[in-house]
Design a protein around this ligand. Structure first.
Ligand code: SAM
Length: 280
């Protein structure tokens, strides 16, 4: 009978968040798969756990999943941890989970810290409906396009962001989503934990002037303007019309509106053509 894969959450900064069940499970499994063996060894040493570690990271995920699945197929048990937080949440895990399921192994989660849930609950924004978008694309055009796509989702939007991109991402959020209520958390569970709340513009100003370090979670309110968002082709059309009314010629207006929507000029042109009834 196949064995069990345990997805074990570990602290996102504060070792006090390691659960007794996580420790017990790490002690009990046959092998622990982890992103970085040196990093996880420190965690194991801290909690007096002695266990065989194998690396499982984004560059060897497929091959390692096969090897780990072979252990599961023989009835063995595997624990999977990431460097911080919950495995398979913007961390390696998915391929192994799929592999384990495909051979009939049990997959059990050992719950614990996850950054986006904790940032959402301290934000003061509604948590009845959350859209977790992981990391926004690193390229600006793709990022703006993604933001335009999700602008009208009726849920609180949550994103992970790295310290060197937080300013640029906030600026794009402000530009594409408008000046919504938002919250930015950094260093959650650590000594310098900080959550800034307010408008996107206010938070952006603070982040740019403070030059703080740390990893961020960005939480943004849903659209409350009641107007059509900028994501549809009709709003693209409206924006072109607005820019033309402001004195830009059609070519410049199309170029500017396309950039705001994260679209190429040809794609914006195509969408405009599609949105004009009878105009083929
Ligand atoms: N698996 C992790 C989890 O469960 O949250 C997420 C891993 S992802 C590679 C790393 C990102 O999570 C960081 O860039 C940051 O956006 C967020 N993050 C992780 N720890 C954090 C913390 N202590 N404070 C704020 N954000 C954190």
């Amino acid at each position: 009978m196949p064995g069990t894969l345990y997805l074990i959450a570990t602290p996102i900064g504060n070792l006090g968040d390691m659960s007794p069940r996580a420790i017990e499970t790490m002690k009990a499994v046959d092998v622990i798969a982890c992103e970085d063996t040196r990093h996880t060894l420190k965690l194991l040493n801290h909690f007096g756990i002695s266990k065989k570690l194998v690396s499982y990271h984004e560059h060897n995920e497929s091959a390692r999943a096969e090897e780990l699945a072979a252990i599961l197929a023989e009835g063995g048990s595997v624990g999977l941890v990431s460097d911080a937080g919950t495995p398979a949440i913007n961390d390696p895990g998915l391929i192994l989970v799929q592999k384990a399921r495909s051979i009939g192994a049990e997959v059990i989660s050992i719950p614990g810290p996850v950054a986006f849930v904790n940032a959402a609950i301290v934000s003061g924004l509604p948590t009845d409906s959350l859209f977790f978008g992981g990391f926004l694309p690193s390229k600006q055009g793709e990022r703006r396009k993604r933001l335009a796509e999700i602008a009208s989702i009726p849920a609180t939007l949550v994103f992970y962001e790295s310290p060197h991109r937080i300013g640029r991402s906030l600026a794009d959020c402000l530009d594409i989503l408008g000046d919504r209520t938002a919250s930015v958390s950094r260093e959650l569970t650590k000594i310098h934990e900080e959550t800034l709340t307010g408008s996107l513009s206010g938070i952006l100003e603070h982040i740019l002037s403070a030059n703080s370090r740390g990893e961020y979670v960005l939480v943004i309110d849903r659209d409350r303007s009641g107007r059509e968002t900028r994501s549809g082709s009709s709003s693209l059309q409206e924006r072109v019309a607005e820019l033309e009314a402001a004195g830009h010629d059609n070519r410049a207006a199309l170029k500017m509106a396309a950039k705001e929507h994260g679209l190429s000029r040809s794609e914006a042109y195509r969408q405009l053509q599609l949105s004009r009834p009878g105009d083929t």
